[in-house]
Design a protein around this ligand. Structure first.
Ligand SMILES: [Zn+2]
Length: 252
C-alpha cells in the first residue's frame, strides 16, 4: 500500500519532469537566475591553466576589507577593488596595503552615483574626484572604472578615459547576505575567465569569497586581478569599453 501510494505520487512528477525541474531550479534559494547573457565558455589561455578575477565593490570598509586582505594574503590570491571615493579618507593605509599586496585598485565613482542618464559634468566629476584621491594615496596610475550598478550610457562612453569592468558572475551577495548561499551560487556558475562581482562591504561576502577561493584553488584555479586576467588571455583593454570577462565586452 505504501509503495503504491508513493508510486502514485511520483508518477505526475515523472510526467512533468523537465518542467518541474526547471521550476525547482528557479525556486531554489540562494542563486538567482543570471540576468545577463548566458555565461561564456571561453577557451583556456595558452598556459592551459584556469584563472578567474574576483572583484569587490563599495569599499573600502576598515573592518571587513582588512579581514579580506588577510585572507587573500594567506591564500596567495589577488583581487580587484573598486573603491567609492568618499570612503577613501581615513582608509589610506588599507588602500596602500591593497596595492602593496598585488591587488588592483579601481574607481567606483565618488558617491556611488548612477552614471546612466546623469549629466556629462556629473559623470566627469564623479570619476575625477575619486581619481584625484586615489592618485594622492597611490600615485599616478590608470584607475579603471566600474560604473555603479554596471550602468553607463554607451553614447557617452567617450567621457570615460579608462577601460570599464562589468562582470560575468553576480551572486547578488548584497541581497543574499548569506555566506553559504553566495558561495554555492558562485561555485555553481564559475568558469575560467570569469569576472565575479562581490562587495567587501559585507562580512558574509568576505567569508564567502575566502570559501570560494579555498574550493576553487582545490580545483586548480588561480586568482588574479582583472588587468592580469586580460593580460593572460591576450586582451588589450580599451578606454570607454565595458568588459564582462577575460575576452568579451558586455552587450550594451
Ligand atoms: Zn557599487
Amino acid at each position: 500500500m505504501q509503495t503504491n501510494r508513493r508510486t502514485h505520487i511520483f508518477r505526475p512528477l515523472r510526467r512533468g519532469g523537465a518542467a518541474l525541474l526547471a521550476l525547482l531550479v528557479l525556486l531554489l534559494p540562494g542563486c538567482t537566475p543570471a540576468v545577463e547573457e548566458a555565461a561564456a565558455d571561453l577557451p583556456l589561455p595558452e598556459s592551459g591553466l584556469k584563472y578567474v578575477a574576483l572583484t569587490f565593490d563599495d569599499g573600502p570598509r576598515a573592518d571587513t576589507t582588512s579581514v579580506l586582505l588577510d585572507g587573500l594574503r594567506e591564500r596567495g590570491a589577488s583581487a580587484t577593488f573598486f573603491l567609492i571615493g568618499q570612503q577613501i579618507p581615513g582608509n589610506e593605509d588599507l588602500i596602500c596595503r591593497m596595492a602593496a599586496e598585488g591587488h588592483q585598485v579601481g574607481n567606483h565613482t565618488y558617491g556611488h552615483t548612477r552614471l546612466q542618464n546623469a549629466r556629462d559634468d556629473t559623470i566627469i566629476e564623479q570619476i575625477h574626484k575619486t581619481e584625484v584621491l586615489l592618485t594622492e594615496v597611490l600615485g599616478p596610475g590608470e584607475y579603471w572604472l566600474r560604473p555603479p550598478y554596471g550602468l553607463v550610457d554607451k553614447s557617452r562612453s567617450d567621457l570615460i578615459k579608462t577601460p570599464m569592468v562589468y562582470w560575468s558572475v553576480d551572486p547578488e551577495d548584497w541581497k543574499l547576505l548569506n555566506a553559504d548561499k553566495v558561495t554555492a551560487c558562485v561555485l555553481d556558475r564559475i568558469q575560467p575567465g570569469d569576472i565575479v562581482l562581490l562587495h567587501d562591504f559585507y562580512p558574509t561576502s568576505v567569508e564567502a569569497a575566502l570559501r570560494i577561493i579555498d574550493a576553487l584553488q582545490g580545483e586548480g584555479y588561480a586568482f588574479v586581478t582583472v588587468a592580469e586576467l586580460f593580460n593572460i588571455y591576450g586582451t588589450m583593454p580599451q578606454a570607454g569599453r565595458l568588459y564582462k570577462n577575460a575576452t568579451q565586452e558586455r552587450n550594451w
